[in-house]
Design a binder for this molecule. Structure first.
Ligand code: PLP
Length: 396
């Protein structure tokens, strides 16, 4: 999964070019920067790669979600439907907007179940925020249809699925806007970075201004720029963008390697009739950062995860017990434990997260085991890994 595995001379060269000019800021300083625009170049190359009109780089994936929510006009008291299996950042961004996260269920894609949405829509629902988890897609066509039928916006959290597609169309391009993360463990990394993409020029304009204190970026005198809106600072630096630019150019190589490694592992597991695989609405569009499979029950899933680790098979995750990715273990969210009073606490009839009960999601995730796919495995390492895995599963 992580681009840091193939960090090399290309990244060093891009960073060196920035250091030579000393211009670390992504805007202005036209003379001093000698034509070097790393953030702008990254945006242009990512737009081209994904097939969208606009891309805005920002400081991280959580910032991308905040910018997307703001640009979609989502704020105080609005409800946003999100999945319970994601990274906590999805919920944090909604709360930071002053909005209310409302949880749908996941299905066997491990992503938001389109059939779980209508039962949680209320008059305050403004948007659905599906997450393409572990490198692969939600049933995004169905999710889009449900959003359209109900007049809701759709923001895709594609932070874990850069380069993924559904029926040939890039993940992140199905709703009004899509978000990516380039944090240290994502497929493409900037160290810290994120992006939002959109085809809507108006949404892009708001996003761009919002991420830089509302500045309209018109004219050459920064101090005399206009402000249509208030904003904040979610800018990326040229140094981070430079790393990402070199990484982005390696995306296809990374996807190819991951797919090859994943296929070998999946073929090996396919001989076991008790194992079923995560549903992929379009297998061709999977970025193959993870192989996710289901055991017949929770006890077996826990046992397999434990035995794999004991056998030295690293990078296996049992998300149901993991504290980062599933609502069951988010005690701080359930009690709204924050540094200061949250806007949601002013809202009457807010959901009581301490009572949240999602038996369908529990029954799916409690059986799921995920294996991280690495880029750097040699063919011999991969063979040894497969041999160990087969041994473990035979003895279950
Ligand atoms: C990584 C991630 C984020 C947040 O990205 P950061 O760059 O770490 O802020 C948001 N959502 C999901 C699903 C992620 O995996």
């Amino acid at each position: 999964m992580p681009g840091f595995e193939i960090f090399g001379d290309e990244e060093r060269k891009e960073v060196q070019e920035v250091l030579e000019t000393g211009v670390l800021f992504r805007y202005g300083f036209d003379q001093a920067r000698k034509g070097r625009w790393k953030a702008k170049s990254f945006e242009a190359e990512l737009s081209e790669r994904i097939g969208v009109k606009h891309c805005l780089l920002c400081s991280n994936g959580t910032a991308a979600l905040s910018i997307a929510l703001a640009a979609c006009g989502i704020g105080a008291g609005d409800e946003v439907i999100i999945p319970p299996f994601t990274f906590i950042a999805t919920a944090e961004a909604v709360l930071a907007a002053g909005a209310v996260p409302v949880f749908g269920d996941i299905d066997e894609t491990l992503c938001l179940d389109p059939d779980s949405i209508e039962s949680v829509i209320s008059p305050r629902t403004k948007a659905v925020l599906p997450v393409h988890m572990c490198g692969a897609m939600a049933r995004i066509d169905r999710l889009k249809a449900v959003c359209e039928q109900n007049g809701l916006k759709m923001i895709e959290d594609a932070c874990q699925s850069l380069g993924g597609t559904f029926n040939g169309k890039a993940l992140g391009t199905f709703g009004q806007t899509g978000c990516f993360s380039f944090d240290p463990v994502k497929t493409v990394t900037c160290g810290e970075g994120g992006a939002i993409i959109t085809d809507d020029p108006n949404l892009y304009r708001i996003a761009e201004a919002y991420s830089d204190h509302g500045h309209d970026h018109i004219g050459n005198d920064r101090g005399l720029e206009g402000h249509a809106i208030l904003g904040s600072n979610f800018r990326i630096s040229e140094l981070n963008a430079a790393v990402g630019l070199a990484q982005l150019r390696k995306l296809d190589i990374m996807l190819e390697k991951q797919r090859l490694h994943k296929k070998a592992l999946k073929d090996a597991l396919a001989q076991f009739p008790d194992i079923t695989f995560r549903k992929l609405p379009d297998e061709k569009g999977d970025t193959a950062t993870f192989l996710c499979f289901f055991m017949p029950d929770e006890a077996l899933a826990r046992k397999v995860t434990k035995d794999l680790a004991a056998a030295g098979v690293d990078g296996c995750f049992y998300w149901y017990a993991n504290k980062w990715h599933y609502i069951r273990q988010w005690d701080h969210l359930k009690s709204l434990r924050a540094a200061a009073r949250l806007p949601i606490e002013l809202i009457e009839n807010r959901p009581d997260y301490s009572r949240i009960h999602l038996p369908k999601s529990d029954s799916i995730l409690s059986r799921a085991v995920s294996m991280l796919i690495k880029l750097s495995w040699t063919p011999e390492e991969l063979d040894r890994r497969i041999a160990k895995i087969i041994n473990v599963i035979r003895s279950i």
